[in-house]
Ligand binder design. Structure first.
Ligand code: AMP
Ligand code: MG
Length: 496
């Protein structure tokens, strides 16, 4: 059933990892399987046998050709450096080449203890596994770079967090699991050779268009170019997150992917009413990872990445610092230009004008003042172009209509210079601004039904609509609706 493994990471020097087998569980049961993704990865889906799949995705059987390993990494957690983290409850099975020729990591998360587990049990509760499944698949459907979810199994065992919960294992697919923290682990040990190997691996896998192997004197350029490329991807990624109201929640350097994918969905959540200060995570007491802080934090994380590359950039450390600093400083501009592009698209603009940024900001300000739902306000811009009834549906989202009423004619005037008719703009808007996102209250309801009542129907129904985010969902349950007061999720728990 499995495609053959490439074992790239397993063939890198031994000190980058610890070989380790998953710990079998008592009663593996497959509760979610991503058939479409499996096909993309080259699985023989026809030969699919749910029982065998449950065994493999639970870690009870290691697929043929896999050599499971725990990756070593360090990381800054909420600003504090931890020199050794590593995969404490995850194992890389190996890499497969997908149908488009891309190398993809297959990882089990929740598969038991490893030498990096510290005090942890190596396990994952069902709730967080299903949350990662739902949110990562929704992100993918919205076109945002992310790890994917291939399968979820329950283990038949309980894990103990705030309360006992059913245990589960997620099979995650990533462009790679190289993190800023992976580089930090070796940089902290002054193992420049390992840092260079990782940098070469990152270039090979994620940035193959960078200048190739160059003469020694120019090698610094290559690693500076890597830094610049990662800066570019992270700037774009965070701008894309913000465009859908996504808050990662734990933007530690060990959760910052070198490939530019969203990784490690913990207490992540989507904003309902627009407020740039929104924080959900229960462990983010000071709001370090609040919605609006995300670009600043991404830049901070990239500065930590830059530090690891300094010895590769220039033998002269002052020169290396000066060169890396200018790349890190350029993040601000990169981010701003990505963010402006995201906002223009959200307003239906394909051309660029001086005043576009202010136009977008004024709408955001009106949304904040009027406590408007972020997702619906953008979605209903298209309705407003359909006529007065649509405009009323948009206005209904705002407490107090003056700011919006003043804004709409300015927007219309700007749209008139787009050279396409309003029907075309409405079409664009509906392809950019999602109708459905995995709203926190719906996610919590689906997780609770699965964990408390072994009822996966709400999870499946939610998954079906959020993987078609630009379609108006039909059916009894209104997945587009913001939470009622009693349904509001104010805090998300890490629940690792
Ligand atoms: P995370 O919060 O999932 O990004 O994890 C941060 C670090 O803690 C990583 O090194 C994880 O492997 C480790 N970790 C998280 N939960 C557990 C657990 N239940 N058992 C062992 N290690 C864990
Ligand atoms: Mg993590």
């Amino acid at each position: 059933m499995f495609p053959s493994f490439s074992l790239r990471y397993a063939r890198l020097p031994a000190r980058l990892r610890v070989d380790c087998l998953p710990t079998p569980v008592t009663e593996p049961r497959l509760v979610a399987f991503n058939r479409e993704l499996a096909e993309e990865l080259g699985f023989d889906v026809e030969a699919f046998d749910a029982e065998r799949a449950a065994e493999v995705f639970a870690g009870n059987a290691v697929p043929e050709g896999a050599e499971p390993l725990a990756m070593a990494y360090a990381g800054h957690q909420f600003g504090n450096f931890v020199p050794q983290l590593g995969d404490g409850r995850a194992l890389l099975l190996g890499e497969v080449v997908d149908r488009r020729g891309r190398l993809r990591d297959l990882q089990l998360k929740g598969s038991g203890r490893t030498p990096f587990s510290r005090g942890g049990d190596g396990r994952a509760p069902l709730g967080p596994v299903l949350r990662e499944y739902l949110v990562s698949e929704a992100m993918h459907a919205m076109g945002i770079p992310t790890t994917r979810a291939l399968a979820a199994v329950t283990t038949g065992e309980r894990v103990f967090r705030r309360i006992p919960e059913p245990g589960a294992v997620l099979t995650r697919v990533a462009a790679s699991h190289l993190r800023v923290g992976t580089f930090q682990y070796f940089a902290a040990r002054r193992d420049t050779e390992a840092v260079q190997l990782l940098a070469d691996e990152a270039i090979d896998r994620h940035y193959p268009d960078l200048p190739g192997e160059l003469a020694e004197v120019e090698a610094g350029e290559r690693y500076l170019a890597l830094l610049e490329a990662v800066v570019g991807r992270q700037a774009e990624l965070v701008a894309r997150w913000m465009g859908i109201g996504f808050i990662h929640g734990v933007m530690n350097t060990d959760n910052t992917s070198i490939s530019g994918e969203t990784i490690d969905y913990g207490p992540c959540a989507f904003m309902d009413a627009y407020d740039p200060r929104t924080v959900f995570s229960s462990i983010d007491e000071r709001g370090r990872y609040a919605y609006l802080n995300q670009p600043v934090i991404a830049q901070w994380n990239l500065a930590r990445f830059a530090e690891t590359l300094l010895p590769l950039i220039d033998d002269d450390s002052d020169r290396a610092i000066a060169r890396a600093t200018s790349v890190i400083e350029a993040f601000t501009e990169r981010f701003d230009s990505c963010w402006q592009a995201v906002l223009r698209a959200k307003l239906g603009l394909a051309t660029r004008e001086e005043g576009d940024g202010a136009l977008a900001q004024d709408l955001l300000d009106a949304m904040q003042a009027g406590k408007a739902d972020f997702t619906l306000a953008f979605r209903r811009l298209a309705d407003a172009l359909d006529g007065p009834e649509g405009e009323a549906r948009l206005a209904a989202l705002f407490d107090g209509h003056e700011a919006l009423a003043a804004w709409l004619p300015r927007w219309r005037e700007r749209l008139a210079r787009e050279d396409v008719d309003e029907a075309e703009i409405a079409r664009r808007l509906r392809g950019t601004n999602p109708a459905v996102i995995p709203r926190n209250h719906r996610v919590e309801q689906a997780l609770a039904a699965a964990a408390e009542e072994d009822d996966f129907a709400p999870f499946e129904a939610l998954l079906a609509v959020i993987t078609r985010p630009f379609e108006e969902p039909a059916g009894e349950v209104d997945y587009t609706r913001p939470p009622h007061d009693s349904e509001k999720v104010l805090r998300t728990f890490c629940g690792t």
